[in-house]
Design a protein around this ligand. Structure first.
Ligand SMILES: *[C@@H]1O[C@H](CO)[C@@H](O)[C@H](O)[C@H]1NC(C)=O
Ligand SMILES: *[C@@H]1O[C@H](CO)[C@@H](O)[C@H](O)[C@H]1NC(C)=O
Ligand SMILES: *[C@@H]1O[C@H](CO)[C@@H](O)[C@H](O)[C@H]1NC(C)=O
Length: 358
């Protein structure tokens, strides 16, 4: 009897002791990421940016297309007031383009804030198989960095330069910022990553991908860390939305959970809503990513921070950002309290904690 008990105990113990590790992450290593990737002259000539600036008239902003080159910098300097206004450089991700409605929506709050916008055109450059698109981020970022350094020679102060990029665009933004620092000796004011791409990047040495050396202030919003995003904290302030793995459902409570791509893209929506509602996306500091995954970040000393324009960079660290599943996503000060059902449990609410007859 005692023997059987011990055998059972051991069996249970052994079952519970299986080390299942943690997710390896989607497409960790890609060929050629350590090799050279160069642009031909015709590729270089094809590069462009769209510049936008706020106006007082009925049409809230104007825009022009300029070449992404030293000559193009003169075109940008003609249209933008580089000394007086902050300049926001935005870079989109894989299969995206400056004309995408999502990109335009993310740009809108920056224009409202009175900033210049430089949208880097990645179409059709990044329309190719993903592992090739990943290799293109570095040379494109370096050309962008040279271009921004040229803009600084034409009056753009580094403390008025901010970059933000989504997915592959986050790494492009970092490479640009690093090149900019190499050429000017100064860092841009801020670098923001919206779910920086993990595939082909997650196993690179930290210095070879998006990292906190890029700018004076570096913040990251993680929404799909084991899929299209990256799990490591790679900024001064890293927000893990709902644990960072998956985002709550897009289509109601039961139809379709929000898997990889849905969760990845959700970062752009949180971002734009946080810029429209700067006090609403409240996150709490967490000891580790491992704990943030489970929302296990609440104790007696809650250290809050805001996603968006009000992020406090004095309080560096890893932050758990809870949201709800419907627009406008934010939950304000509710986020300071531990919720019964966290990110992985939000669908469970529909099932009561007692016996049912259906
Ligand atoms: C490409 O990179 C790999 C890994 O660093 C290296 O072993 C290889 O020699 C490189 N190939 C060329 C042609 O440089
Ligand atoms: C409370 O959480 C913070 C941030 O996660 C951590 O630094 C601190 O050590 C925790 N305090 C206790 C008593 O666990
Ligand atoms: C940022 O946090 C620090 C430390 O908690 C605090 O002293 C400072 O006032 C905060 N800054 C802003 C702008 O709220």
């Amino acid at each position: 009897m005692v023997f059987t008990f011990l055998v059972l105990l051991c069996a249970c113990g052994c079952v519970f002791a299986i080390d299942t590790g943690f997710p390896a992450g989607y497409m960790g290593d890609c060929p050629g990421m350590y090799n050279d990737t160069q642009f031909s002259d015709s590729t270089k000539r094809s590069l462009s940016v769209v510049v936008m600036w706020p106006t007082n008239g009925f049409i809230r902003s104007q825009e022009r297309k300029c070449q992404l080159s030293v000559r193009g910098a003169a075109c940008v300097a003609r249209h933008l007031n580089l000394n007086k206004r902050k300049t926001q450089v935005m870079i989109t991700g894989y299969l995206d383009a400056t004309f995408s409605p999502v990109v335009r929506s993310v740009a809108a709050p920056y224009l409202e804030m009175g900033r210049n916008i430089i949208l880097v055109e990645v179409f059709p450059l990044l329309i190719r198989p993903y592992p090739m698109a990943a290799r293109i981020t570095r040379p494109l970022g370096e050309i962008l960095g040279e271009f921004l350094a040229e803009l600084s020679r034409r009056g753009l102060p580094p403390n008025r330069l901010e970059l933000s990029g989504g997915s592959l665009g986050a790494h492009i933004a970092y490479y640009a910022a690093a090149k900019y620092r190499e050429l000017t000796g100064q860092k841009p004011a801020r670098l923001s990553g919206l779910d920086p791409a993990g595939p082909c990047f997650r196993n690179l040495p930290p210095s070879q991908r998006f990292n906190p050396e890029g700018a004076e202030k570096v913040d990251v919003l993680h929404t799909n860390i084991d899929g299209f995003g990256i799990a490591d904290p790679i900024g001064h302030v890293d927000f893990y939305a709902n644990g960072g793995e998956y985002q709550p459902s897009m289509f109601g409570d039961f139809i379709m959970p929000c898997f990889l791509l849905c969760s990845h893209i959700r970062s752009a929506f949180y971002w734009l809503l946080a810029y429209e509602n700067p006090d609403k996306f409240i996150a709490v500091r967490c000891e580790s990513v491992a704990k943030a995954r489970h929302g296990d970040c609440y104790n007696d000393t809650v250290v809050p921070n805001f996603l968006g324009p009000k992020t406090n960079f004095t309080n560096k660290g890893i932050y758990y950002l809870p949201t709800k599943e419907q627009l406008p996503y934010y939950i304000g000060e509710e986020g300071l309290k531990k919720r019964k059902y966290n990110h992985n449990g939000y669908l469970l609410r529909v099932s009561p904690d007692n016996d049912v007859i259906v």
